[in-house]
Design a protein around this ligand. Structure first.
Ligand SMILES: Nc1ncnc2c1ncn2[C@@H]1O[C@H](COP(=O)(O)OP(=O)(O)OP(=O)(O)O)[C@@H](O)[C@H]1O
Ligand SMILES: [Mg+2]
Length: 531
């Protein structure tokens, strides 16, 4: 190779500046350097944490981009990185060549060849390396050291700008993906207050404050509707990642053949229907939290892929050669008993242990019935605004009935119940825009088929029967007392009571509801009365 003229150096610097705007700016940087210095293979690598990561290459096999070169394993790279100046290796050097077997036009070990490395410094800091290889020995010998120094300096400035632009572009794309994902997420993933003052809820709050700031994976378990999703967002909000996003993945809602792409992403053309490159939920959650909801529904094949990612924090998009390191905190939730799922062979034991570093059990509502009145108030206040009602007031017997029910659908059931009864009661809204919910409005709970063994019967309005009652009121009064008596004799069994009263169960229940009869259930044993 002949000497490089100052003209070609000037051209090189102009080319480098213009190549920065292009999408494949690293590849363009190589083209430009290669125009000035002819060679068979050229690679640009970034330096970080004692290891070199290829950013672009020409003349080497494609898999080179997936390799990571640790300095301790590659003496030639180590020498380049420790030098302040371009390094030319002697053609007889016995040091192993990191590109042995990787040259695309040459099978097997590299023969005698010319090899050169330019360390790239920006503000006295090593940011990367440019390597050049040629099968013609001595080809780099004629290039003046000063020229190589200038090429290194120009390439270093370009590499620094290219990496900064790349980072900014990736950050902008990531923010856009996060915004798009959050916009599609169910509304209540936004952190909402956890209402309740029972011992069980206070204990739950303590656990959230304990596990939140830690980096541990949390596994939230509990029946349906207990508030697992709420707990997940509270853990995230109590973590150092609170400023970043919590990305929700519903493992039950993903078709099995799309799970991998959904979690890890895919590149365009990776499979039929993959029309454009798409980031996976792991990469969108990078820097934040990934909430794997309904984890118990994840098929075994997907469980093993998830386990691998949790072990090495690296994801590989479908159809992509490179892996991407991600920094994601995992919170998982399920209403299944995962330990039992493991026993039954439906859930991988190793994944279970990795997920349940910190298990959080959310108790069912029936174990914290003292929260019911606060929750009811909370839901009414929210509903008021939605339905444009002045006030929804709750009578003691209404609350009492709510507290006597065992809420198999937990807080979600309570929320839906409040919505339903308020909507029904809205028909009879008073002139001042106030809805008053009374025991009678909760009659459907009192008659629900979960009533326990012993019970007392409340007649809500019979206490207030006036002395001079008209026929209708008197009849109601009599009916209420009579039904109450029969129900007591039949131990609260509506079917038996209806039989004795020669009516059917649903008619009797409807009538009782109209009359303001409610059952207060007192749990004494686990045995449930047959209603
Ligand atoms: N302590 C609470 N305070 C206020 N609202 C609550 C509380 N717990 C639950 N909720 C509300 O109850 C509803 C159900 O909660 P959530 O969706 O978190 O339940 P879940 O445990 O995830 O149920 P599933 O297993 O069915 O998915 C939500 O609307 C949630 O906002
Ligand atoms: Mg849920």
């Amino acid at each position: 190779m002949s000497q490089i003229t100052s003209n070609s150096l000037l051209e090189l610097s102009l080319d480098l500046a213009t190549s920065l705007s292009s999408k494949d700016r690293f590849a363009r940087l190589l083209n430009t350097v290669r125009k000035a210095i002819g060679c068979d293979a050229i690679a640009l690598l970034s330096f970080d944490d004692d290891k070199l990561t290829p950013l672009a290459q020409q003349g080497l096999s494609n898999d080179t981009l997936g390799r990571r070169f640790t300095l301790d394993d590659h003496p030639r790279f180590k020498i380049i990185c420790q030098s302040q100046h371009p390094v030319r290796f002697s053609k007889d050097s016995t040091l192993p060549d990191p590109y042995d077997g990787l040259l695309s036009d040459h099978d097997g070990d590299l023969p005698v060849h010319a090899c050169m490395g330019l360390p790239l410094y920006f503000e006295q800091k090593l940011i990367g390396v440019l390597t050049l290889d040629s099968l013609s020995p001595n080809v780099f010998d004629d290039i003046a050291n000063r020229t190589l120094e200038m090429i290194s300096a120009l390439a270093a400035v370009s590499l620094n700008t290219a990496m900064t632009l790349d980072l900014l572009e990736r950050q902008a794309l990531h923010s856009q993906q996060v915004v798009e994902t959050l916009a599609l997420q169910p509304g209540n993933i936004k952190c909402q207050e956890i209402i309740g003052s029972s011992v069980a809820t206070k204990q739950l709050m303590r656990e959230i404050r304990l596990v939140g700031p830690s980096p541990f994976t949390a596994l939230i378990q509990g029946e349906t509707g207990v508030g697992k999703e709420l707990v997940a967002s509270a853990i995230h909000a109590n973590s150092p990642r609170a400023h970043a996003a919590i990305v929700h993945v519903n493992c039950a809602a993903m078709p099995e053949n799309l799970i991998e792409s959904e979690l890890f992403g895919h590149v365009k053309g990776a499979f039929t229907g993959a029309e454009k490159t798409r980031a996976g939920k792991f990469s969108i959650a990078n820097g934040g939290t990934l909430f794997l909801d309904e984890i118990g529904e994840l098929p075994l094949s997907a469980q093993s892929k998830l386990l691998r990612v949790l072990q090495n924090n690296e994801i590989q998009a479908l159809g992509q050669d490179n892996t991407e390191t991600v920094d994601v905190r995992i919170i998982a939730a399920t209403n299944r008993d995962l330990a039992k799922e493991v026993e039954a062979g439906r859930f991988r034991a190793d994944l279970y242990h990795r997920l349940s570093v910190y298990p959080v059990n959310v108790p069912p509502l029936r174990e914290r019935l003292t929260d019911v009145h606060l929750l009811a108030g909370y839901f009414c206040e929210r509903l008021k605004r939605k339905l444009g009602i002045m006030q929804i007031s709750l009578s003691n017997d209404f609350i009492h009935t709510l507290e006597s029910y065992d809420w198999p659908g937990n807080i979600r059931e309570l929320e839906h119940f409040i919505n339903r009864v308020t909507l029904k009661a809205k028909v009879n809204i008073s002139d001042n825009g106030v809805i008053k919910l009374r025991g009678v409005d909760a009659a459907e709970l009192a008659s629900a088929p979960t009533a326990p063994e012993s019970m007392t019967i409340n007649h809500v309005s019979s206490k207030n029967v006036p002395h001079n009652e008209d026929l209708k009121l008197a009849t109601n009064h009599f009916q209420r007392q009579y039904i109450e008596q029969v129900l007591m004799q039949e131990n609260g069994n509506w079917t038996h009571a209806a039989k004795r009263l020669r009516t059917d169960r649903s008619n009797l229940m409807r009538l009782a509801k109209r009359l303001g009869l409610t059952l207060t259930k007192v749990v004494t044993t686990n045995t449930k009365a047959q209603l």
